[in-house]
Design a protein around this ligand. Structure first.
Ligand SMILES: *Cc1c(COP(=O)(O)O)cnc(C)c1O
Length: 394
């Protein structure tokens, strides 16, 4: 039996054994599209599944497999699967779980492109969806229909930072035998492990905290082996959004520092959230680590810390919000998160511009809302940039 190790150790060692690769400390990049069979009959055995082994990189690659194994350990999942983007992971999962006539129950807010995908699935395949606050057991129970194929959740919700009690939703869903899918991008497995809370499938845009360096687009799905195998042989294989070996290698490298990075992201975000609350030109501050936050109790229950993302509203118009962004120097205007650099964006005109105004307002995304991904710079420098730009509001 392997000795139990802690998360901080697993992110560095799991999924890779240097003894299998000529002692190489860093994992090799298997930059190959295909694999040579020893003879024709071996090819036959590999194709019919009689013999384990690689066939073609869309169906599997050793470097990508190392990443998948590591993320499975981190999420406490039986298995994981890597994709070429977070959206490739979201779409492969939703297509695998649904068929025409089905219904998807969603958290009140979702990533802009996930919203776009749900709309497309409804228009083209009659797979309907419904957004729900999921604030109580009864509300979730009542919303489940006979044709509900899965529950799809983001928590914290992008970009309003509301929280959903995963244990509560998972217990309702278990009774009705409906799988619960959680997009865990905002937390990473360091802060939140949905499978431990009873959910069934975890999705990541690995582009964000898992990578951490703003140089890869990637996605991951984790869950039970049987289901992961099915996705790998169906929606992943046949739609084909697989991750390249080099990007898998960059992710293996980035993941090693995930806990160290997130400790700093969270620590700085806590300080900056407090400072934003005290600023006269800031209206509301949405940060799960604040005692005044709607989901503070849920945060204490299911998250290790408050995370690195803060949303807030400024006192002003849409134009003033845009001018505020333009006055920043150190902080970059960009629509990603989880990077070393502090990034800021305006959801109403950027990440959630595809969501019609009415639906956007229902999700709580006003023209005054700003989303900040607190980076790894000294918090004093991040705050000084924000403060100067805020003071320019009047
Ligand atoms: C970025 C993001 C996605 C999409 O991921 P890509 O890697 O950009 O395709 C999905 N969900 C959330 C919460 C995200 O932040």
């Amino acid at each position: 039996m392997k000795k139990e190790t802690r998360f901080e150790t697993e992110v560095i060692h799991s999924g890779y054994d240097s003894r299998e690769y000529k002692g190489s400390l860093a994992p090799p990049i298997f930059q190959t599209s295909t694999y040579v069979f020893e003879n024709a009959r071996q090819g036959e055995r590999r194709f019919c599944g009689e013999e384990e082994g690689y066939i073609y990189t869309r169906l599997g690659n050793p470097t990508v497999k190392m990443l998948e194994d590591r993320v499975a350990v981190m999420e406490k999942a039986e298995a994981a699967l890597a994709f070429s983007s977070g959206m490739a992971a979201v779409s492969a999962t939703l297509i695998a779980l649904t068929k025409t006539g089905d219904h998807i129950l969603c958290s009140q807010g979702v990533y802009g492109c996930t919203f776009g995908l749900l709309e497309m699935m409804e228009a083209k395949f009659n797979i309907t969806h419904q957004f729900l606050e999921m604030s109580s057991r009864e509300q979730v129970e009542q919303a489940i229909r006979p044709e509900t194929a899965c529950i799809y959740i983001e928590t914290p919700i992008n970009p309003t930072m509301q929280l959903i009690d995963l244990e509560m939703v998972a217990s309702v869903a278990r009774e009705k035998r409906i799988p619960v899918v959680v997009d865990n991008t905002f937390c990473s497995p360091y802060l939140q492990k949905p499978l431990e809370l009873g959910c069934d499938i975890v999705i990541h845009s690995a582009t964000k905290y898992l990578c951490g360096h703003g140089d890869v687009i990637a996605g991951l799905v984790a869950g039970k082996s049987e289901w992961i195998k099915e996705v790998s042989m169906t929606t992943q294989k046949d739609i084909g959004g697989v991750l390249s070996p080099f990007d898998a290698w960059l992710l293996l490298r980035g993941i090693k520092t995930l806990p160290v990075r997130l400790d700093r992201h969270c620590q700085s975000a806590e300080i900056i959230a407090e400072k934003l609350c005290a600023h006269p030109f800031v209206d509301e501050v949405y940060y799960p680590g604040l005692k005044t936050h709607q989901g503070y109790e849920i945060m204490k229950k299911q998250m290790k810390k408050g995370g690195g993302l803060i949303s807030f509203t400024i006192k002003g118009t849409k134009e003033e919000a845009q001018d505020f962004l333009d006055r920043l120097n150190l902080i970059k205007i960009a629509v990603s998160l989880g990077d070393a650099e502090t990034l800021i964006q305006h959801p109403a005109t950027m990440t959630h511009a595809v969501v019609p105004k009415e639906a956007r307002e229902e999700m709580g995304i006003s023209d005054q809302l700003i989303r900040l991904s607190v980076g790894l710079e000294a918090w004093e420098d991040i705050w000084s940039d924000l403060e100067e730009a805020l003071n320019g509001l009047k």
